[in-house]
Design a protein around this ligand. Structure first.
Ligand SMILES: Nc1ncnc2c1ncn2[C@@H]1O[C@H](COP(=O)(O)OP(=O)(O)O)[C@@H](O)[C@H]1O
Ligand SMILES: CC(=O)N[C@@H](CCC(=O)OP(=O)(O)O)C(=O)O
Length: 258
């Protein structure tokens, strides 16, 4: 089966011009085919703050009212997505920036039935992803660059966590490709001590994850990240890594196993 790399890049890299440039250098060195999924939570929060729009998060997920959705669409599908595509074109690397509404690739369902009302947050499922167009793009040597915006097929855009998008795309494409899924962020991997880059955990199992979650070693955004990463592993993705954005082309990082 053909190999495919799906790389997710986090908000603390995409909001820093120099770090993003360095990441793009490494990303362009990877063999084709490849897909990039990006977040941008930090940039959206900063803009919300500037606009006096209250920021509400629950378990690493943004509660998204109408104004927050406007910010999310402008920041994720607009500024960040187009900045990344332009930087890729400079290399040159033929990228196409997408939201889940484009080509109807990622249909979503507005989250409901939860204790908390998340507002315009979209839940997605692997069997609803339109892999046909992704495959066509990859066959044309085009690099799809996905933002964290999806839609409900009724004209409503929705905000979906970028880690979830990367994991669900990987599962959806596993029937066509042998996939490596890599989450890149601003630390060397999952750490025993968040402040000590020397405390890298090289191998992470589900049992160990649950132990470290219980004792607080793993917290905040790392919990939903590992949840989505293990979800991919449970559903036939063999290789899942959490790495520093600068170590994308190296073996340094955390490798996950069930
Ligand atoms: N054990 C841990 N090791 C590394 N990072 C951790 C750990 N526990 C919590 N974190 C936090 O998780 C964050 C990554 O999650 P998140 O902010 O959602 O990243 P991203 O925007 O890249 O998706 C890190 O910035 C770090 O502050
Ligand atoms: C519903 C939800 O939480 N959506 C995320 C989407 C952006 C994201 O995932 O950004 P990072 O990868 O930088 O965290 C949010 O608005 O923060």
């Amino acid at each position: 089966m053909q190999k495919l790399q799906i790389i997710k890049i986090g908000g603390k890299i995409v909001n820093d011009g120099q770090k993003l440039d360095r990441f793009i250098d490494h990303f362009t060195q990877l063999d084709h085919p490849k897909i990039l999924v990006h977040g941008g939570g930090n940039s959206a929060s900063r803009l919300c703050k500037n606009l006096d729009i209250p920021i509400q998060m629950n378990n690493g997920r943004r509660i998204t009212d109408t104004l927050t959705l406007d910010v999310a669409v402008m920041v994720y599908a607009g500024l960040i997505n187009k900045t990344i595509v332009a930087k890729l074109q400079e290399h040159p690397c033929n990228a196409l920036g997408l939201s889940g509404a484009d080509l109807n690739i990622i249909p979503a369902t507005k989250r409901s039935g939860t204790e908390i009302d998340y507002g315009f947050v979209g839940d997605i499922q692997a069997d609803e992803i339109n892999t046909y167009f992704i495959k066509r793009l990859l066959d044309e040597q085009i690099i799809p660059v996905f933002s964290a915006i999806t839609h409900d097929e009724q004209g409503q855009l929705l905000n979906t966590n970028a880690d979830t998008i990367a994991s669900v795309l990987a599962v959806a494409l596993a029937k066509n490709y042998e996939i490596t899924l890599t989450y890149c962020f601003e630390k060397v991997g999952v750490l025993h001590d968040e402040e000590d880059e020397g405390s890298l955990i090289k191998h992470m199992t589900m049992d160990y994850f649950s132990e470290l979650k219980d004792d607080g070693t793993i917290h905040d955004g790392m919990i939903p990240k590992l949840d989505t990463a293990f979800e991919a592993l449970k559903r036939d993705i063999d290789k899942v890594y959490i790495k520093h954005a600068q170590n994308l082309t190296t073996k340094i990082g955390t490798e996950l196993a069930l």
